[in-house]
Write a protein that binds this ligand. Structure first.
Ligand code: C5P
Length: 234
C-alpha cells in the first residue's frame, strides 16, 4: 500500500522564544523541517511527503525542500497551513492522491525520530491497525488539577503512573479512517490525531516510542537536540 507522510509545520513556536517559525529554525545548521522530512523519507515505505507550511512561508519552504532533495525518490508537496494543528493536518490530508492508503502524521517539531520507529509504525498499520502511536512510559508523576481553582489549582487526582504513556509522532493511520475522523469530529475534540480516531470508537495500537523522538518545544529542547545530532555525527 502506498504510504504518505503529512508534516504539520505551520506553528509559530512561541514557547521557543522570538524568531522564525519553529520548523524553520536551524538544528546543526539545517532547518528543523528538513531534518523532519528526511526522517520520514528515510523510511522505505514513504513515497510522498506533504509539508504543511506557515502560510507566509509556503514559497520559502518550497525552495528550501528543493535545495535539500530527499535521499531516494520521494515526492515532496507543500501546502499552506491553518490556525491550529488539526486544521493544518486537515489541509495536508486534502491534497493526498487517491492511491495513498496509509498516512503518517509527523510533527516537524520531532526532527530526530529514528527510522526504526517510523518503520515500526508503518508495519503495525500494514498489519491491520487503524491507528498506531509510538509511546513511552511516563517518568514524572502526573497530577490532575481543578482548572477552575484559580492560581493555586488544587490537585484533584493522581493517576496511576504505570497506566500512563507519553505519545509521540509519527502516528500512523489507515487513510480512510483518519480522513473520516477529521471530517466527523470538531478540531478541539482531541490534542492528537489518534485521539480523534479513539473518538470514533476504533482501537489505537501502541508501539515502542524512542527517546530521540522528543518534541522540541522550549529552548532547553534545542540544547538536547543539538547534542543528539553532534553524537550522531561522531
Ligand atoms: O505547538 P506544537 O509543538 O504542539 O505543534 C506541533 C506541530 O504542529 C508542530 O510541528 C507545528 O509546526 C504544527 N502546527 C501546525 N499548525 C498550527 C500549529 C502547529 O502545523 N497552526
Amino acid at each position: 500500500p502506498r504510504t504518505a507522510a503529512v508534516i504539520p509545520a505551520a506553528g509559530s513556536g512561541v514557547r521557543l522564544g522570538p524568531g522564525a517559525p519553529k520548523a524553520l529554525r536551524p538544528l546543526g545548521g539545517t532547518p528543523m523541517l528538513v531534518h523532519a522530512v528526511r526522517a520520514m523519507a528515510r523510511a522505505r515505505a514513504v513515497a510522498l511527503v506533504v509539508v504543511v507550511a506557515p502560510p507566509a512561508e509556503a514559497a520559502a519552504v518550497r525552495s528550501l525542500l528543493d535545495e535539500h532533495p530527499p535521499p531516494h525518490a520521494v515526492e515532496q508537496v507543500v501546502v499552506a497551513g491553518g490556525a491550529t494543528r488539526q486544521e493544518s493536518v486537515r489541509l495536508g490530508l486534502a491534497v493526498l492522491p487517491r492511491d495513498i492508503e496509509i498516512v503518517l502524521v509527523h510533527d516537524a517539531a520531532r526532527p530526530l525520530v529514528p527510522v526504526d520507529t517510523v518503520d515500526a509504525v508503518v508495519a503495525a498499520v500494514r498489519a491491520g491497525a487503524p491507528a498506531v502511536v509510538p509511546a513511552l512510559p511516563v517518568t514524572d508523576t502526573v497530577k490532575q488539577v481543578d482548572a477552575g481553582g484559580g492560581e493555586t489549582e488544587p490537585v484533584v487526582a493522581t493517576p496511576d503512573r504505570s497506566l500512563l504513556r507519553a505519545v509521540q509522532t509519527p502516528q500512523g493511520f489507515d487513510r480512510d479512517t483518519l480522513v473520516e475522523a477529521h471530517d466527523k469530529l470538531a478540531a478541539d475534540a482531541a490534542t492528537d490525531d489518534a485521539g480523534l480516531v479513539e473518538r470514533l470508537g476504533l482501537p489505537v495500537v501502541l508501539v515502542p516510542g524512542h527517546e530521540e523522538a522528543f518534541k522540541i518545544t522550549r529552548p532547553l529542547d534545542l540544547v538536547l537536540a543539538e547534542a543528539v545530532l553532534a553524537r550522531r555525527r561522531l
